[in-house]
Design a protein around this ligand. Structure first.
Ligand SMILES: Cc1cc2nc3c(=O)[nH]c(=O)nc-3n(C[C@H](O)[C@H](O)[C@H](O)COP(=O)(O)O)c2cc1C
Length: 331
């Protein structure tokens, strides 16, 4: 079975990528991910705030343990290890890139196009095969317009693009009024790939203690629907590679994302729940699905259910939305 794919200019042996998470801050986990078949790994992000202040305060990230199995918890590096400063981050990039044969993609996470961006160059020099930019940005300043927000994404990308020659991916938020136009603008500004979507941090309220809850919930399979829609809409209509992230729980979600047109499918929550060996289960599930439908390769099935190639493109549009609302039978 030919599982090969191409993502942001990199030839990968299959479409399964371990997305940024604390698991990938540990060299032992990274090696194990490679051993069980992962095609590429994304390192956890180096945050603008870590670079600027050289101090990290991301305690909410460790709250994830509550939902993990004891087995999965053993894969967690100690919090102090995860909250690495820039120097240790570059060391991780260097060691991971040297030790692994699969591509190591580093991740920078920030919101301005200021000094921290120069770390893109250091990351390239440390040996990363690619760079993922996570522009995690909540426009809480009410004077900011949609155009301002989009421009910020473009400014950051252009500054990074001018600095490095390795491929650059942008991990996008779904909250644009026109995702397609933003995708095209990022493509023109030099993105090699788009990662759909950043899972937004959504705090809850504790009504007994009157506190803001800042825990992080692992994803559920029905969360694939928003990225699935936009992958299906963009597939075949943009030149950049497309990565799916959010909601992979079993091989079913991997298959769905590929049918919609993803070049690679990323997973974090499933690995935090079940441990890094779970990649082998996802790959086996994908292979047996392909075999059962007599596909000889991933390339043959990729995008056949995208908006451009689906038998019923209207299924992705307003007409279908009206049909669904009017046809709702309860339950
Ligand atoms: C504990 C934890 C830490 C994460 N850290 C990062 C990070 O450093 N940078 C980043 O871009 N995404 C980070 N993510 C987001 C994941 O890479 C992924 O995009 C998201 O969890 C959705 O995928 P999933 O449904 O497979 O978990 C993190 C997610 C979790 C659960």
């Amino acid at each position: 079975m030919d599982l090969t794919t191409r993502y942001m200019g990199l030839d990968l042996k299959n479409p399964l990528v371990a997305s940024a998470s604390p698991l990938n801050a540990d060299l032992g986990n990274l090696k194990r991910l490679e051993d069980v078949g992962t095609a590429a790994v994304v390192l956890p992000s180096l945050f603008e705030e870590q670079i600027e202040a050289n101090v990290a305060r991301y305690d909410h990230l460790t709250g994830v343990n509550t939902e993990s199995s004891p087995e999965a918890q053993s894969y967690f590096p100690a919090p102090a290890e995860y909250k690495v400063g820039p120097r240790r981050y570059l060391d991780l990039v260097r060691r991971a890139s040297r030790s692994l044969d699969i591509p190591v993609i580093a991740s920078l996470n920030g919101t301005t196009d200021h000094g921290w961006i120069s770390y893109a160059k250091s990351i390239e020099e440390a040996g990363a095969a690619g760079l993922e930019l996570n522009i995690y940005f909540i426009p809480a300043d009410l004077s900011l317009t949609g155009h301002d927000v989009e421009q910020r994404y473009l400014d950051i990308l252009k500054s990074v693009r001018a600095m490095v020659s390795i491929p650059v991916a942008v991990k996008l938020s779904p909250y644009f009024s026109a995702v397609g136009s933003v995708a095209l603008a990022l493509e023109r500004a030099g993105a090699d790939a788009l990662v759909l979507f950043n899972r937004f941090y959504e705090p809850d309220l504790d009504i007994a203690r009157l506190e803001v809850l800042t825990d992080l919930k692992l994803s559920q399979p029905d969360e694939i629907r928003l990225p699935l829609l936009w992958l299906a809409v963009l597939s075949g209509r943009v030149k950049v590679s497309l990565a799916a992230t959010t909601g992979v729980t079993s091989a079913d979600e991997v298959v769905k994302y590929l049918l919609a047109g993803a070049d690679v499918v990323m997973t974090t929550s499933a690995l935090l729940r079940h441990g890094v060996d779970y990649v082998a289960v996802l790959l086996a599930g994908l292979t047996s699905w392909l075999r059962a439908r007599e596909f000889a390769s991933v390339n043959q099935m990729r995008g056949i259910m995208s908006r451009q190639r689906a038998q019923d493109p209207q299924a992705f549009e307003r007409a279908n939305y009206i049909k669904i609302l009017q046809g709702y039978g309860g339950g």
